[in-house]
Ligand binder design. Sequence first.
Ligand SMILES: Cc1cc2nc3c(=O)[nH]c(=O)nc-3n(C[C@H](O)[C@H](O)[C@H](O)COP(=O)(O)OP(=O)(O)OC[C@H]3O[C@@H](n4cnc5c(N)ncnc54)[C@H](O)[C@@H]3O)c2cc1C
Ligand code: FES
Length: 276
Amino acid sequence: MNLYQPQLMRIEEIIEETGDTRTLKLQFENPSVAEQFDFKAGQFGEYSVFGAGECTFCIASSPTRKGYIEASFKEVGKVTRAMRRLNVGDTMGFRGPYGNHFPLDEMKGNNIVFISGGIGLAPVRCVIWNTLDLRDQFKDVTIIYGARSVADLVYKRELQGWAGRSDVKLYQCVDPGGETPDWKGEVCFVPSLVEKAAPSAKDSYAVVCGPPIVIRLTLPLLEKMGFAPERIYTTLENRMKCGLGKCGRCNVGPYYVCKDGPVFTSAQLKALPPEY
Ligand SMILES: Cc1cc2nc3c(=O)[nH]c(=O)nc-3n(C[C@H](O)[C@H](O)[C@H](O)COP(=O)(O)OP(=O)(O)OC[C@H]3O[C@@H](n4cnc5c(N)ncnc54)[C@H](O)[C@@H]3O)c2cc1C
Ligand code: FES
């Protein structure tokens, strides 16, 4: 079998999240592939548009929701531009799932704090839904999310749903200048919102994903708040090609991000070269 051969997937639904970000709901065209397909929260795939190329996105839906996957992507370049031209009913390619995952089994029985910024909510959303679908197996669930402006918040319908749940604490912010007259959340940057929310580090894990600046400022902040570096997880977005640990495109220090990651703890990141 050719490892690089994509499976065909049909676009079932398109959700416009923001002016430049879309979520695609995808279903395998081959029913036996669909039946066997399984993945864990935090894994990613290589998605292809025929004639344009491949690019890497996390699987943004939860493994507890069977029969489809979702990918949320921001248009930044050649492939994502081509992907934006696709419509419901069109076919695209998918290879995966690849990479490691968030250790949800280990997190059971603990509090989880989810922290993300912008489109960084996509990989975190996968773990959030996985956790909420098994809600009685976790203690407190706290979601801290921010974007540059109200228009840049992704998954708006889901944020509304989480805000209405009594078993979820949701904190939201937009950057100064990004608020609208009816905005009810905070106006600040994500790390400041983490300080305001002040989640307890006792019996807690943190899952953090966002722009590099959010990760760089939030990880040390959480440690200052008492979170053990081994209990703070994040996911890296190095550029990838094969996704399989074969081409060397994604390596950082001793790791292939595609195979040893993309999920790393804060403790592991400290052992990487200084640019990380
Ligand atoms: C494990 C993983 C998960 C990812 N998950 C998502 C996701 O869920 N949603 C999403 O929108 N994006 C995600 N990305 C980033 C995504 O892969 C790139 O945005 C995409 O490949 C760009 O393809 P393109 O052909 O449109 O852009 P290109 O034409 O290749 O590049 C356009 C511009 O974007 C920059 N760029 C491209 N890829 C990256 C990258 N990985 N990191 C930083 N800058 C980059 C380029 O340097 C260039 O400036 C993820 C990346 C990884 C490695
Ligand atoms: S993308 Fe090829 S080795 Fe990681």
